[in-house]
Write a protein of this length. Structure first.
Length: 245
């Protein structure tokens, strides 16, 4: 009788411990609908970061100057060093981190004029590794590089293969870092709020998380229950064989 009660108890523990809740398979559960947290390092989607790779192209130069620029850097690509600087033709070292692209553009154009390299230069600054990340219930989660430096939420969903049937469409999480603050905002794809520019136009280094719905949790629970049931049967078999020796 003791053996029977023990066996049943072990079997039930294995079965019930195999159940999943939605919270167990969802990330960022501690994040409220709207939340903010200060971060110790400066990351701003509008400012140039040390991890960025810049492309800087110059125009309105005389032919000889343009040849010299092209010789110095054939594709206009500049990697930022540990001091947050780049080595630029005719100007030398320029500190670029914590500047906007527009501020860097103005700085380069002004320096070229002051050094009498060009009378009316035109600088075009781009971030070559502009990217956003999408996680959760989409068909192709991961980091998405955006060479065009601009992308909307619908475009990102398209690039990620759209939402899966298990996506919780009314609870999408956007994580954005600006001015030393990491902001968390939840919104619904079924609500017109998604067309608000804050959500619709994504920024460099944004993260989108699509939470799984209850059906995904149920399916995960079923799979685990089957495994738990099989484990329970195996455990009971071993116990029975052991006691019958």
């Amino acid at each position: 009788m003791k053996f029977s009660n023990l066996s049943i108890s072990i079997f039930l523990i294995i079965i019930f411990s195999s159940c999943f809740s939605n919270k167990e398979i969802s990330s960022f559960q501690q994040v409220k609908k709207e939340d903010q947290t200060k971060i110790n390092y400066l990351v701003d989607s509008n400012l140039i970061d040390k991890s960025d790779i810049l492309q800087i192209l110059l125009g309105n130069l005389d032919e000889q100057t343009q040849i010299q620029v092209n010789t110095f850097n054939t594709n206009g690509s500049y990697k930022i060093d540990n001091q947050g600087m780049i080595d630029f033709p005719f100007i030398g070292k320029i500190k670029v981190i914590e500047l906007t692209k527009e501020a860097l553009k103005t700085k380069i154009e002004t320096s070229l004029i002051e050094k009498k390299i060009a009378k009316n230069p035109l600088a075009i600054v781009k971030v070559m590794n502009f990217h956003v990340t999408i996680l959760g219930e989409v068909n192709k989660p991961g980091l998405v590089n955006i060479p065009e430096e601009q992308i909307t939420l619908p475009e990102l969903l398209g690039l990620s293969g759209d939402l899966t049937v298990f996506a919780k469409r009314n609870n999408i999480l956007l994580i954005r870092e600006q001015n030393g603050v990491r902001t968390f905002k939840r919104f619904s794809l079924n609500d017109s709020v998604m067309f608000n520019p804050y959500y619709f136009n994504l920024q460099n280094r944004d993260i989108i998380y699509v939470e799984p719905n209850a059906i995904r949790a149920f399916n995960a629970s079923q799979s685990r229950s089957i495994l738990g049931f099989a484990t329970g049967i195996l455990t009971l078999t071993v116990l029975i064989l052991s006691f019958n020796r």
